[in-house]
Design a protein around this ligand. Structure first.
Ligand SMILES: CC(=O)[C@@H](O)[C@H](O)COP(=O)(O)O
Ligand SMILES: NCC(=O)COP(=O)(O)O
Length: 243
């Protein structure tokens, strides 16, 4: 069975830097450490408010990564233009709200299908593999395929935020069904948001999952045990998955 790829999101290295406006910690250094520790790719979210990762980080990472960049961004003219200029191998369109603490839900592809399809076409023409960050909702999955996105990333936040075992199992079942449906639609299926060392395995064990994008929990562990250890531990966890 194929191994689940690990995309390490380094946004919150930049959160620490932005807290004081210093030149450290350096996201480029973190990305290279994560890659050497086993990350299969690096994810960065260039938010419209630049609260953490900024344009300079994306430019430098595009020139230095040894694996590949997954650029997360809102589906806006500004961000599409940046992506078409930088040409990262992967782009993931995510919803954004100024006041949100973190991403709160999946992209509403059904409600914005014409624009999302246009973004997918422009990014695809730039040679970028586009994924749409959506809930495990068959209507959203169908709309993603109709927009021409080759890949989706299923939002695992509701699963991660579940407050009791029954709700967690319910959300896990939704994700499992969503993955199966998306695979039937011919999509590549990634997943992410809120995954950590104690809730990731059930997601990783879902047959057909291509990649997990994990950030906050890895960076949080890195504070205690170092980034190399935090990434290696997650990579080893995923390598032990039976699917
Ligand atoms: C889309 C998603 O779930 C994350 O990749 C996103 O980066 C979360 O935003 P913050 O990193 O700003 O919390
Ligand atoms: N798309 C999910 C991601 O990149 C990381 O999300 P999180 O692990 O920081 O919640």
């Amino acid at each position: 069975m194929s191994r689940v790829l690990l995309g390490v999101n380094i946004d919150h290295i930049a959160t620490l830097r932005q807290a004081r406006g210093t030149r450290y910690p350096e996201p480029v250094q973190a990305a290279l450490v994560a890659e050497q520790a086993g990350a299969d790719g690096i994810t960065v979210h260039l938010r419209e408010d630049r609260r953490h990762i900024n344009d300079r980080d994306v430019e430098l990472l595009a020139q230095t990564l040894q694996t590949r960049m997954n650029l997360e961004m809102a589906a806006t003219e500004e961000m599409v233009a940046i992506a078409c200029r930088i040409k990262p191998p992967h782009c993931c369109l995510v919803p954004e709200k100024r006041e949100e603490l973190t991403t709160e839900g999946g992209l509403d592809v059904v409600g914005n299908q014409a624009w999302i399809a246009q973004c997918c076409q422009r990014l695809g023409q730039a040679g970028i593999d586009v994924s749409l960050f959506i809930d495990a909702d068959p209507a959203q999955i169908r709309a993603a395929r109709e927009c021409g996105a080759p890949t989706i990333e299923i939002h695992t936040g509701h699963y991660a935020d579940a407050t009791d075992p029954a709700s967690e199992q319910q959300e896990l079942a939704k994700i499992r069904d969503g993955v199966a449906y998306a695979l039937e639609q011919g999509l590549v299926v990634n997943a992410g948001h809120g995954l950590h060392y104690h809730n990731t395995l059930p997601i990783a064990a879902i047959p057909g999952i291509n990649e997990l994008n994990i950030g906050h929990s890895i960076i949080a562990r890195a504070v205690m045990s170092g980034l190399d250890d935090a990434v290696r531990t997650m990579r080893d966890l995923l390598d032990g998955v039976n699917r």
